[in-house]
Design a protein around this ligand. Structure first.
Ligand SMILES: [Zn+2]
Length: 264
């Protein structure tokens, strides 16, 4: 099952341990695997039993990419490919929304029967041409890899996934570069933030009257707002996630592992 590692700290326990000065090894930070593709995790602090809502601010395509990388790191190459395909599709959807937002229009892909993969890419290519006066070249995008796995039962090799992953990531950079050079910063950054903030606001409203902590986690993968020197390839992104997971594990308690031990 697709998922990725997320960590959270219980503010309540943290405050308490600061006030009573418990031993230095005391940690109120936990790592847990999140399977929710919206990037929201509801957990219960094992010490104080308070409910904590952890919101991953990454955009949907970034969450899918992160999940794909986690699958790749555990050598589940077929699932990694499916998630990469999903990431690319949600990216295209996001860019459609962004380009429509700039024109002060809203398009509902589902209602307009534009949701199927081919139509979505077609609509995207049309919008891209209309906005940038340039025909987007899809020739480098591999549209068949998913079908080769599902219909022909071909299990992808590690190197194939790396190449496909690069292919997907390069496509993201190519489109984002175009956006950054042609669309005013306040417009595209404004839109990215409105999506991220919208997600937080929704959960804040949902849990308004309940006694819960709401936390947001910093973005590991961030294509729009992080300054990147040059282009990062798929393997580089994999090593970022791997390092991040290792760092989280070193400073946090693995909540699932500790729950398993408790049940035994
Ligand atoms: Zn707590």
């Amino acid at each position: 099952m697709a998922g990725y590692h997320l960590n959270f700290t219980c503010f309540k326990c943290n405050e308490k341990s600061l006030s009573i000065k418990v031993c230095e090894n005391e940690t109120n930070s936990y790592i847990v695997k999140n399977h929710d593709m919206d990037g929201v995790l509801q957990v219960v602090c094992p010490k104080c039993n308070e409910i904590i809502i952890v919101i991953n601010q990454c955009l949907q395509f970034e969450i899918y990419l992160q999940c794909a990388i986690e699958r790749f790191l555990t050598a589940d190459y077929a699932e990694a490919v499916f998630l990469l395909v999903k990431s690319r599709e949600t990216f295209v959807e996001f860019i459609i929304d962004l380009l429509c937002y700039e024109r002060e229009k809203e398009v509902n892909l589902k209602q307009n029967e534009l949701y199927s993969s081919e139509r979505r890419y077609g609509f995207f290519a049309g919008l891209y041409f209309a906005r940038f006066n340039e025909v987007i070249n899809f020739s480098k995008l591999d549209f068949k890899i998913r079908n080769r796995i599902i219909h022909n039962g071909v299990y992808p090799k590690k190197q194939e996934v790396i190449e496909f992953g690069d292919n997907v990531v390069q496509f993201f950079y190519q489109v984002i570069e175009k956006i950054k050079s042609e669309i005013p910063t306040d417009v595209y950054i404004g839109y990215v933030y409105s999506i991220k903030q919208g997600k937080i606001d929704t959960y804040k409203q949902t849990f308004e009257d309940k006694k819960v902590q709401i936390q947001t986690v910093s973005d590991v993968i961030d294509f729009f707002t992080r300054n990147i020197d040059g282009i990062e390839n798929f393997e580089k992104l994999c090593s970022i996630i791997e390092q991040n997971n290792r760092m989280l594990a070193a400073h946090s308690i693995d909540l699932e592992a500790s729950n398993r031990t408790r049940r035994q």
